[in-house]
Design a protein around this ligand. Structure first.
Ligand code: FAD
Ligand code: NAG
Ligand code: NAG
Ligand code: NAG
Ligand code: NAG
Ligand code: NAG
Length: 465
């Protein structure tokens, strides 16, 4: 690439979509042991990719998983306390007790237990900036919300919108609340910590898509968790079983997918032991399908047009010990004078209790990327404020022991793009050029990701014939 200043940025833009050279995908360009031939290639080893791999194995198919990090599990994040061995889940917390979840845990010999919502801690609402306690309660979802939800059953298992898209679903949530008199449930609909961005501005369809029948079931006694309160166990067990077919620390650097099913998929993957050529019949994309993540997959114009409408937001989490804060409480950041007391971002969302003594986990919400240093500094300041506020017996210096960047999180499109048919077009892309999109493009929770993958499997298998 040229390096002279005026050209470098142009070259970057061009190189993003630059065609690989003709030899890129030739088997003759690789040593024989660097060519991997499979029925399926799965990119991303989080909830969706891992589920798909196990399901394909059970169908007797061959596959390879390409995962960027050094483990499976994606948004599951577990800190292991080195002294006690006990674990703190600070990403994915709970699952829905349904057949899909029970079967998958059983398949991977992983114990499952009932989850008591009281484990999330008694709420203490405080303004982390000013150090004021707030006397409020977010309450529970009322009939007003539940009645609205029943109108949008097509958002329960996906985002399969009518055409034209109902304008109400494109309203910022705060406007939807006002228009439909949802004041009774407003605070409860906004009390959803693991949702990034400004909760008041989220288009209504994403609220109904997330705060759905399944979520209600979880909140009403239907929540389960790993038996050891270690949500990574499922994925360690999966890795142990799939190991020889998982490429960790690996990413796709070039891709070529045929326009018909006979031409298949060719991916060049950078691995710790060099470049590999993967030849497969079908590709399952189980990473956040943003254009940034997908630009190396050899996209055609239709794919570029659709995928470039997808965005995710930053979200972060970590574990902190030595806080001096009383255990058993969930310290939540709210702001006295804001609409529905929603705190401004960037800021810590909440500090929650964990099964490990003196260890809290926290989540951090921001519209723009923030450094770990800044996040931990903000979290420290919030803890210092809470120490004074709650009259902590001692005011020790907090110690940060784990951190994860969960972004790009909560895949979404802009309202104008949704109105113009983004979801219709994204669904229509399934199977195009031997490529399938699984994961959180159309649903938010793990059990739905698994369910949707299971439902798509017959089509995916048929395409590989
Ligand atoms: C803080 C937090 C709490 C949550 N709590 C819950 C909960 O309690 N219950 C629940 O059901 N859901 C929860 N979720 C939702 C969660 O997103 C889904 O449950 C599920 O994990 C999403 O699965 P996925 O496979 O689509 O994505 P992910 O789990 O994010 O997996 C994507 C995988 O792709 C890999 N990857 C990314 N980019 C690339 C690349 N370029 N090349 C190769 N690999 C790549 C990642 O490393 C990751 O392993 C939570 C999410 C967060 C962030
Ligand atoms: C992946 O990279 C990490 C360091 O980031 C290393 O510890 C680990 O051994 C690597 N795993 C593989 C399978 O290459
Ligand atoms: C799976 O999805 C189907 C179709 O959307 C739905 O009817 C079913 O209830 C879901 N099952 C689970 C366990 O979520
Ligand atoms: C889940 O639901 C089933 C069926 O209702 C029930 O038998 C079981 O006890 C529940 N909990 C767990 C952890 O499976
Ligand atoms: C908190 O608010 C409730 C009603 O909103 C009120 O009844 C109660 O007295 C308040 N408590 C304090 C300590 O102000
Ligand atoms: C909130 O508003 C009240 C009344 O207007 C004011 O006295 C108070 O200082 C404000 N609090 C904050 C945190 O801005």
């Amino acid at each position: 690439m040229r390096t002279s200043a005026p050209w470098s940025s142009i070259c970057f833009v061009v190189s993003v979509f630059a065609a690989p050279s003709v030899n890129t995908f030739e088997t003759s360009s690789f040593a024989a042991h660097d060519v991997i031939t499979r029925d399926f290639v799965i990119v991303g080893g989080g909830a969706a990719g891992t589920y798909a791999a196990v399901a394909l194995k059970d169908e007797g198919k061959s596959f390879v998983v390409v995962e960027k990090t050094n483990r499976l599990g994606g948004h599951v994040a577990t800190y292991q306390d080195p002294t006690t061995g006990a674990s703190v889940d600070y990403g994915v917390q709970i699952y829905d007790n349904d057949t899909i979840v029970r079967n998958f845990f059983e398949r991977l010999n992983t114990p499952l237990a009932q989850f008591d919502m009281a484990n999330f801690g008694s709420p203490i609402y405080a303004d982390f900036k000013t150090g004021n306690l707030l006397n409020l309660t977010t309450g529970s979802l009322g009939q007003d919300y539940l009645e609205e939800l029943t109108e949008y059953s097509y958002l329960n298992d996906g985002i399969d919108l009518p055409d034209p898209v109902p304008e109400d679903l494109l309203l910022p949530w705060v406007d939807y609340i006002a228009k439909h008199n949802l004041e009774d449930s407003a605070m409860a609909t906004l009390a959803r910590p693991a949702i990034p961005g400004n909760l008041l501005d989220i288009p209504a369809l994403y609220v109904f898509n997330d705060l759905n029948d399944l979520m209600l079931h979880e909140e009403n006694g239907g929540a389960v968790v790993n038996g050891k309160r270690d949500n990574s166990q499922l994925y360690r067990n999966a890795l142990a079983e799939l190991k020889s077919n998982v490429l960790l620390n690996s990413t796709v650097i070039a891709g070529d997918r045929g326009s018909n099913h006979r031409q298949g998929v060719r991916l060049v993957v950078q691995t710790p032991t060099g470049k590999k050529l993967i030849l497969a019949k079908q590709l399952l994309v189980a990473i956040p399908q943003t254009i940034q993540n997908m630009k190396t997959f050899g996209l055609d114009n239709r794919e570029k047009g659709i995928l470039s409408q997808i965005y995710g937001l930053p979200y972060y989490g970590g574990v902190v010990k030595n806080t001096g804060l009383a255990s058993g409480f969930s310290y939540k950041n709210y702001a006295a004078n804001n609409t529905y007391n929603i705190a401004e971002i960037p800021s810590v969302v909440e500090f929650n209790p964990s099964p490990v003594d003196e260890h809290l986990y926290y989540w951090y919400n921001s519209a723009k990327p923030v450094s770990q240093k800044r996040i931990e500094a903000d979290a420290r300041n919030a803890i210092k404020t809470l120490q004074k506020l709650t009259g902590a017996a001692t005011q020790p210096e907090p110690q940060f022991v784990a951190f994860t960047d969960f972004g790009p999180f909560h895949l979404a499109a802009e309202v104008d793009d949704i109105r113009n048919g983004f979801y219709r077009d994204a669904y229509a892309l399934q199977g195009h050029r031997n490529t399938w999109y699984i994961g959180t493009l159309f649903v938010t929770g793990s059990s739905q990701v698994w369910n949707n993958t299971a439902i798509m499997l017959p089509d995916i298998l048929a395409a590989a014939h």
